[in-house]
Design a protein around this ligand. Structure first.
Ligand code: PGA
Length: 252
């Protein structure tokens, strides 16, 4: 894993947007794995700003989102479908048919997971997977304890994740109890991974993912087993790691 230390959320987002744009511009066809949450919002905004200024085309970009809540319709404002259209897809020229997000309303959610994994296998894994990280080290909805060999699956959300995500809902009770998520094995099929972290609340997870052996106590630590990972963390997110070791050795 390589570490890129940046000053703050803005610098993290600028690095990520450039990284993604370089891929889009250099590949004829590119498969991007995308994430929701607060972390990538500014990155997406910067992609939109670039689109408006430079007309970078997304006609040959194919996207595969990490996860979706179960039982929420795509047009529900709390769905990850709605999130992605609001924060990115509605503002760029990506064809709708190129967008892939698990269907949380599927009649057969287990089959939906199997089909989603098969689709990712068909393209040989995404070219670049964008990830955030949970305070507990989760990636996607893969919470601590998730076996590293899990592929796309249905997950019962932990209370801490439901609480963290309740900020988007009117009340705690409205946060879905289940979700469909790419598994850790799915994420590891990506050719390249870009993980973003900003703020003090991520410092413990960033420290754990770089120190010690990969372990299911911190799902993100599995990324040590992947040959092509860049972690972009701001000063606050990297603070605990810096207190533990000399990060110069990790910097790219
Ligand atoms: P956040 O979530 O970007 O809202 O901090 C990250 C995550 O839970 O993966």
């Amino acid at each position: 894993m390589k570490l890129v230390k940046v000053r703050d959320h803005e610098e993290m987002s600028a690095f990520a947007a450039k990284f993604i744009l370089d891929k889009i511009k250099s590949n004829k066809k590119v498969a991007l794995g995308l994430a929701t949450g607060g972390t990538p919002v500014r990155t997406y905004e910067m992609l939109i700003e670039d689109y408006q200024k430079n007309y970078t085309s997304y006609q040959n970009v194919f996207t595969y989102n990490l996860d979706e809540y179960e039982g929420i319709a795509p047009d529900d404002p709390n769905s990850y479908h709605a999130f992605m259209f609001k924060h990115l897809f509605d503002h760029i020229n990506i064809p709708k048919k190129n967008v892939h997000i698990p269907n949380g309303l599927s009649n057969d959610i287990l089959l939906e997971a199997i089909n989603y994994e098969a689709m990712i296998d068909e393209i040989g894994g995404v070219d670049l997977q964008l990830l955030g990280i949970g305070q507990n080290g989760h990636i996607g909805f893969n919470e601590p304890g998730t076996p590293f060999d899990r592929e796309t699956h249905v997950v019962t959300l932990t209370e801490s994740t439901r609480k963290a995500n309740s900020r988007y809902f009117e009340s705690n009770d409205q946060v879905p109890k289940k979700a469909i998520t790419m598994g850790i094995a799915t994420i590891l099929k990506s050719k390249e991974i870009l993980l973003l972290a900003s703020g003090e609340s991520k410092a413990k997870a960033i420290c754990r993912m770089f120190t010690g052996e990969p372990g299911t106590d911190c799902p993100a630590s599995v990324l040590k087993n992947h040959p092509n990972v860049v972690v972009v963390a701001d000063e606050k997110a990297v603070s605990k790691l810096e207190a533990t070791m000399n990060v110069e050795l990790l910097l790219r």
